[in-house]
Design a protein around this ligand. Structure first.
Ligand SMILES: NC(=O)c1ccc[n+]([C@@H]2O[C@H](COP(=O)([O-])OP(=O)(O)OC[C@H]3O[C@@H](n4cnc5c(N)ncnc54)[C@H](O)[C@@H]3O)[C@@H](O)[C@H]2O)c1
Length: 400
């Protein structure tokens, strides 16, 4: 084995192509610490296509595998970047960690709290790096707005936030990338568990610990899914609509609602209120501040996103800047793969470890548990696994 980190991609679909692009950028910037050695996907054409893209910039074609057992037996890789549907995060991560590989897992960590706990335990037992590929919190605009709210106090005391996305966009379940997203057993939930995972992370980065959650949800538009790998033909059972109220331990309240089946004009709102001002998200509100935020002060004056970013960057020491934006990278995907490799190389902690990831996961699960219980749930009870009625059948099905 060479002294480079041999990296395997496990799951070569949509988001994996963003990771591949990030590794390409790192190599272009002169990072010679790693080599992409393997692509693994049960859809062999996906693995082969990804391997061909990598050969195009790396000059060397990764080997292809149709399952992680074959990948492990080949002993080619030191580390793996997992981008599978949620149902396979725990099984692939635990097998790879058990074989001594370092692992990065796409969000959300595991399919359920129990699956996430099992991944964390496997990493601890193996003594290997476990990193979560959460891109939103790491990009420049999100880091800058987090600094403005937490360090600069632009809101004063944070009081409340209204987060709403209503956009008529039913899923086309003939698309293989969407099929699995209609099944609870495959995703652990719907959009709330998918893009909602970014929001669940960021809202806790911004405002700290959650106390209690109340949520209702529905699947208003029935749909049939055919030929779903492992499950066959099923009725879609993930939510297309939800309404949640989240109370933080600080006393702050957040309302969070979504529908992709309500007709009418698109509604996109990400507004945060404090005693000294407000901040408006400029993009998709579940990816908090990925496209920046605009602060409005009580006198009506505004601070634009670019000003916030400039002030934030000016506040960093050269060492902080190099750590947070290594090689001058400002894109969250680029930074997350760099962070994973840096942790393997140097032993430094990753930015998003298993504990941070399970906290994000527990907020999403709190919404599902509340919807099933038709009552508010304590976040800590969901995090600890004490409340799990929604997740129990999912754990039973996959023997978690
Ligand atoms: N960070 C982001 O912004 C973002 C965006 C989209 C998806 N994601 C996450 O990325 C992951 C994958 O989502 P996607 O959109 O790429 O899905 P996708 O359906 O496009 O790709 C998944 C790939 O995994 C493969 N696969 C299935 N089972 C496998 C197994 N056991 N071993 C190896 N490969 C397997 C599939 O064949 C497919 O090629 C999910 O965790 C999702 O939440 C993150």
């Amino acid at each position: 084995m060479s002294d480079k980190i041999g990296l395997a991609l496990v799951g070569c679909g949509g988001i994996s192509s963003r990771h591949v692009d990030a590794y390409r950028i790192l190599q272009e910037k002169g990072d010679t610490s790693f080599e992409l050695v393997a692509c693994c996907d049960p859809v062999v054409a996906n693995a082969q296509e990804t391997a061909a893209v990598i050969e195009g910039f790396q000059g060397k074609k990764p080997a292809t595998f149709s399952d992680v057992d074959g990948l492990i037996d080949a002993k080619l890789a030191d580390a793996a970047d997992i981008c599978t549907p949620h149902a396979f995060h725990h099984s692939t991560a635990i097998a790879l960690l058990g074989a001594g590989l370092h692992v990065q897992v796409e969000k959300p960590l595991g399919l359920t709290i129990k699956a996430s706990q099992a991944i964390i335990a496997a990493a601890e037992k193996a003594g290997r790096v476990l990193s979560i590929a959460e891109n939103v919190r790491r990009c420049l605009p999100s880091r800058a707005c987090t600094w403005a709210i937490r360090e600069q106090g632009v809101l004063g005391e944070p009081l409340a936030a209204h987060i709403q996305e209503i956009d008529y966009q039913p899923y086309d379940y003939t698309n293989p990338r969407l099929k699995w997203r209609g099944s609870k057993l495959m995703t652990g939930g719907g959009m709330l568990m998918d893009s909602g995972a970014h929001f669940a992370d960021m809202i806790q980065v911004l405002f700290g610990d959650v106390d209690e959650v109340f949520c209702t949800m529905a699947t208003h538009q029935p749909a049939r899914i055919t030929g779903l790998p492992k499950l066959g033909d099923i009725d879609a059972d993930t939510e297309d609509t939800w309404h949640a109220v989240i109370r933080f331990k600080s006393g702050m309240h957040v309302t969070w609602s979504y529908s992709r089946v309500f007709r009418g004009d698109q509604v996109r709102l990400g507004r945060y209120y404090g005693s000294q001002g407000t901040i408006d998200d400029q993009g998709f509100a579940f990816h908090c501040f990925e496209d920046g935020g605009v602060v409005t002060r009580p006198d009506g004056t505004e601070q634009e996103s670019k000003e916030i970013e400039a002030a934030y960057l000016a506040s960093l020491s050269p060492e902080q800047e190099q750590h947070l934006f290594p090689l001058g990278l400002t894109n969250g995907f680029h930074i997350e793969v760099y962070d994973f490799l840096r942790a393997i190389r140097t032993g430094q902690p990753v930015e998003m470890d298993g504990e941070a990831a399970i906290r994000a996961k527990a907020l999403c699960e709190s919404c599902y548990e509340s919807a099933v219980a038709r009552a508010p749930v304590r976040y800590d009870d969901v995090l600890s696994g004490k409340v799990s009625a929604y997740q129990d059948p999912i754990n039973d099905f996959w023997d978690i």
